[in-house]
Write a protein that binds this ligand. Structure first.
Ligand code: HXC
Length: 257
């Protein structure tokens, strides 16, 4: 793949996708979206990949949707092209996807991080939904995923004032899973991704599918869905191997990796 806005690399069973528009603080334009969709589809289809890390630069994960590309649009063109619907490909990625965030994650950048399964943040990370300062509202899930992640009070605060919150506040409010020193960000995200990629892939994918259900359905429906997936795993070789390895006091060698 000849990519202009991304860099990709694989290390063992982990793919690393790095947003790479340094002159624009990784602002998310349509070219980047196209390349990211293609890249995620490629790694999703690759049996040798068990987890994906999405990251940016030291200065910015992404400073939002590309304002220069968006500025000339009118209502009809935005509606007809269903502007930003294409980003749902990221949240629809079925393999585990970790966001490793340093620097700015603003607007669409914060929303992109929230489309991943969890966020590991550098202590330099800054999250925000500054769309209101541009005369728009978040359009890729900022009012929805952020509210589910941090609750109404803080989501309202961030979306209405447009202020940024630092990594410590983001961790305290439940937006990010871990905060690490900036120079340990990629190594920490890689270690988590390698751990996940060492487990059974269908099991990891079912964990993801089931946790995501929690945002979508009632508790009773979610519990039923979880239990049905749980039952189905007793039909797999990896359940036999995982439990057998525990009993034999050896490391499990999962078949479906
Ligand atoms: C296009 C952007 C950009 C963006 C930065 N740049 N953010 N270009 N779209 N979102 C460009 C700048 O124009 C500049 O280009 C270069 O990147 C460096 O940015 P500076 O502003 O010079 O850097 P700095 O002074 O360090 O300030 C960093 C910053 C600021 C605080 C992050 O860039 C900023 O406020 N950016 C916009 C943040 C934002 O509003 N994001 C939300 C976008 S709306 P030149 O050519 O001048 O050097 C959005 C909508 C979501 O995301 C709705 C659905 C997706």
């Amino acid at each position: 793949m000849a990519l202009k806005t991304l860099k990709t690399e694989t290390r063992g069973r982990v793919a690393i996708v790095t947003l790479n528009r340094p002159d624009a603080l990784n602002a998310l334009n349509s070219e980047l979206l196209g390349e990211l969709r293609e890249t995620l589809a490629h790694f999703s289809a690759d049996d040798k990949i068990g987890a994906i890390v999405l990251t940016g630069s030291e200065k910015a994960f992404a400073a939002g949707a590309d304002i220069k590309e968006m500025q000339p649009k009118d209502y009809v063109s935005a509606y007809l092209e269903d502007l930003f619907e294409g980003w749902s490909a990221v949240s629809n990625t079925r393999k585990p996807l970790i966001a490793a965030v340093a620097g700015y994650a603003l607007g669409g950048g914060c929303e992109l991080a929230m489309m991943c399964d969890f966020i590991i943040a550098a202590d330099t990370a800054k999250f925000g939904q500054p769309e209101i300062t541009l005369g728009i509202i978040p359009g890729m899930g900022g009012t929805q995923r952020l509210t589910r992640a941090v609750g109404k009070a803080k989501a309202m605060d961030l979306c209405l004032t447009g202020r940024m919150m630092d990594a410590e506040e983001a961790e305290r409010s439940g937006l990010v899973a871990r905060v690490v020193p900036a120079d340990e960000l990629l190594a920490t995200a890689m270690k988590a991704a390698e751990k996940i990629a060492g487990f059974s892939l269908p099991v990891a994918m079912m964990v993801k599918e089931s946790v995501n259900r929690a945002d979508e359905v009632t508790l009773a429906e979610g519990l039923r869905f979880e239990r049905r997936l749980f039952h189905s795993l007793f039909a797999t070789e990896d359940q036999k191997e995982g439990m057998g390895a525990f009993i034999d006091k050896r490391k499990a060698q999962f078949k479906h990796r």
